[in-house]
Design a protein around this ligand. Structure first.
Ligand SMILES: Nc1ncnc2c1ncn2[C@@H]1O[C@H](COP(=O)(O)OP(=O)(O)OP(=O)(O)O)[C@@H](O)[C@H]1O
Ligand SMILES: [Mg+2]
Length: 131
């Protein structure tokens, strides 16, 4: 059996505050995911699920700090990615369906066009091929 495709180890994320007061948002999460597997991460509102997802895409807000841990994807450390390496992975290897449609989708465009746009940009498909 091959190793995990995604391996998150002891990942911690925080928000440094003024006065040395920091918010510890994610504390040492770890899991392995093999190709073809599904994993559900369940937690109360504010427990850090979205922050984890954004970290996997390299989309943490500037104010956030990864305070420890590692994310191995296909054997490579994602957390040391350059911006160009993040762009190569994001939307091609690792994607996210954001939970808030009024923020994530543009109501002025048809959903099909918004889905097709990702395939056109990421896979180099024409509009017809993407549809
Ligand atoms: N921009 C930010 N500045 C400061 N703290 C933040 C910021 N974004 C998130 N946090 C902190 O990180 C915690 C985790 O937020 P996150 O959005 O990941 O939770 P969630 O599990 O996705 O919640 P929900 O189920 O409501 O979507 C929040 O409780 C909050 O304290
Ligand atoms: Mg969330």
């Amino acid at each position: 059996m091959s190793g995990p495709l995604l391996s998150v180890r002891n990942l911690s994320i925080g928000f440094p505050g003024g006065d040395g007061v920091a918010v510890r948002a994610v504390n040492g999460i770890g899991f392995d995911l093999r190709a073809g597997e599904a994993l559900a991460i369940v937690g109360e509102s504010g427990s850090g699920k979205t922050l984890l997802g954004k970290t996997l895409l390299g989309l943490l807000p500037d104010s956030a700090r990864i305070t420890g841990g590692s994310i191995l994807y296909a054997g490579r450390e994602l957390l040391s990615s350059t911006p160009a390496q993040w762009r190569a992975v994001r939307g091609t290897e690792i994607g996210m369906v954001f939970q808030e449609p009024m923020v994530s989708l543009n109501p002025a465009f048809r959903i099909g066009d918004q889905l097709a746009e990702a395939l056109m940009l990421r896979r180099g498909l024409t509009r017809d091929e993407a549809w």
